[in-house]
Design a protein around this ligand. Sequence first.
Ligand code: AGP
Length: 372
Amino acid sequence: SAAEKGGYPSFMLKEIAEQPRAVADTLLGRIGPEGTLTLDEIRIPARELREIDKVVIVACGTAFHSGLIAKYAIEHWTRLPCEVELASEFRYRDPILDARSLTVAISQSGETMDTLMALRHAREQGSRVLAICNTNGSTIPRESDAVLYTHAGPEIAVASTKAFLTQLVACYLVALYLAQARGNKDPEGIRSVIRDLAGVPGAIERVLAGMEPVRELARSLADQDTVLFLGRHVGYPVALEGALKLKELAYMHAEGFAAGELKHGPIALVDRGLPVVVVVPSPQGEPLLHGKIVSNIQEIRARGARTVVIAQEGDTEVVPYADHLISVPATPALLQPLVTTVPLQVFACALATARGNEVDQPRNLAKSVTVE
Ligand code: AGP
């Protein structure tokens, strides 16, 4: 009903708008004043956390994308090897796991069959399992050794938005907690990222306040057949997520690529007028990759692409090559997906609406896939 949607035309729009709050709630009570984390729920004693020698993340769909981003953070902050795998593939493999492995199962619903089976498969090999989940008491947390709940509140729209951002927050918390418990060569750096997390809800608020041009752009692209998404580093999974949202909601052909792969094939798709969304890393945080992606944007534009560039505020280098520029507030490089994902959600939602689609209940999809 209209009342349940809190005055928004759809649950999806309501849930997109709730993201600053969802992120703040997921951080609540977990960050101490000195930039230290308390995650009592993790329940694994510090001594055992120091013995972990490998992290394996299993998930499906959007939750899998949060895992892909987590890999960059976990490896960088903890120096632990981290693998991320689609639960539907992992469960049929012979993974190499033991009591020193930590398997992280990420699921909004906590009921996704493939993710549940993947976690059982990991447990059979002796791995510890930590669930990141949004649904209290659901099956995945019940079958895990520990659970870190995301506090997004109920997500009704089939397309995941606020659950995704809070999954990211939970992944960052796990990575930073492991770094804190195991020691990091730059403990002040770790504390500073923890403090930066506290500023993220405000940053998302600012992104949301500037979304009218994105909606306008989406409406102007309603007749397109294809949209491509490019990113590097943590922007690569963001590109995958942007493409998934567009497939689910707008029923358009959308694909995400690692920008470094362009020359290995995808650039052949670029033709006059093709919209290409590019997620640009922070010029200060990732100067090398920033330069590389600026050349990628030049390359596709020279071949006629219509470039939609998502870049950090004050990034003047990309301006000459952006047909449409979407600016997001500065964050530490690894946290950038928390702000760059938001315009992609709004874009997909507006494009779907412009094409006459029902955004809360896309055709052929169920909110949680409890069958194989
Ligand atoms: C997201 O927009 C999707 N509808 C879908 O990919 C979803 O993220 C996936 O099915 C996993 O669901 P879960 O988080 O409940 O396990």
